[in-house]
Design a protein around this ligand. Structure first.
Ligand code: FB9
Length: 268
């Protein structure tokens, strides 16, 4: 399934982001995404913080100052959050909670280039969340993320690329429900009608990255970024009729199931 989804991204002109760093700083995983330091997702109930090395020293000072400003007092038409932003909070190391942390680094790198060039990036790799383990949730899963960065992109462009992407996964009937993410506005949950299950299934989340995230990076005015995400485990469980995620991934994998299951052709 991973390979099939990778091929879909490549066919759609996306290039892969380097996702080999599981350990990330709170700065790139949260602050640079305009996620406030007192946001519930940032406490140890949801996030695995590192004991050693507990903090990082590798943060770009000038950019960090701009992120501090936009959190404290806004700018670019935003009033910000108006709280006292702490550098030592941003320096805390953690296991990344989403591959959106990688997207942040790539967009910042893109903004440092002399002339702006539109880009399509994707990532498929492990993310870690200190969540209760149950039939469909482990403390880690594989996140799939796609983003397009270009002048004048709209919500219509996002809906268009989502219909293209999911139709290649065999999911054509889509519905979009307004949602909230700290780093995207507007945001939408994505649903697809699954003929086999005879019900609407939540197949992902999406949105337009906020100017409070993009402009401090130095991306030109008028450049928008549309993005979406889903997991690798959920589609695989549904495609193979696997009821418990622990049979698919993690220490209790059922190898006979893995070995005996035929390769499934996506595009149901
Ligand atoms: O994968 C998910 N559902 C899914 C996807 C495909 C599918 O295919 C079937 C063959 C037919 C079936 C189901 N979800 C996302 C939806 C739910 O399962 C959800 O309950 C669980 N979500 C995970 C996070 O849980 C805490 C899945 C995971 C997820 C959610 C959001 C994102 C990524 C992964 C994101 C994002 C994002 C948003 C804006 C900008 C950038 C990234």
């Amino acid at each position: 399934v991973r390979e099939a989804i990778q091929n879909i991204f490549l066919e759609m002109g996306f290039s892969e982001m380097p996702t080999n760093m599981y350990v990330e700083s709170s700065f790139w995983n949260f602050d640079a995404l305009f996620q406030p330091q007192q946001h519930p997702a940032r406490d140890s109930h949801d996030t695995f913080f590192l004991k050693a090395p507990a903090t990082t020293t590798q943060l770009p000072d000038d950019y960090l100052e701009k992120v501090k400003q936009v959190h404290q007092s806004g700018g670019h038409g935003s009033k910000g959050y108006g709280y006292d932003w702490k550098r030592d909070e941003a320096e805390k190391n953690l296991l990344r909670t989403h591959t959106t942390a990688v997207s942040t680094r790539m967009l910042y790198k893109l903004a440092q280039e002399k002339t702006f060039a539109p880009k399509r990036y994707y990532s498929i790799d492990r993310v870690f969340r200190n969540e209760a383990v149950d039939r469909t949730h482990l403390a880690e899963f594989h996140q799939i993320e796609g983003l397009i960065c270009d002048y004048g992109l709209t919500l219509g462009d996002l809906i268009g690329v989502l219909e293209d992407f999911f139709s290649r996964l065999g999911m054509s009937k889509l519905r979009f429900k307004p949602a909230y993410n700290p780093y995207t506005e507007p945001s939408m949950e994505i649903f697809s009608y699954h003929d086999g299950l005879k019900k609407w299934v939540e197949i992902g989340n999406s949105g337009m990255f906020r100017p409070e995230m993009l402009l401090p990076m130095g991306l030109p005015e008028g450049v928008n970024v549309i993005a979406w995400g889903l997991s690798l485990e959920r589609p695989t469980m549904i495609l193979y009729g696997i009821d418990n995620i622990r049979d698919l991934f993690g220490p209790k994998v059922d190898f006979n199931l893995i070995k005996s299951s035929p390769i499934c052709r996506l595009g149901l």
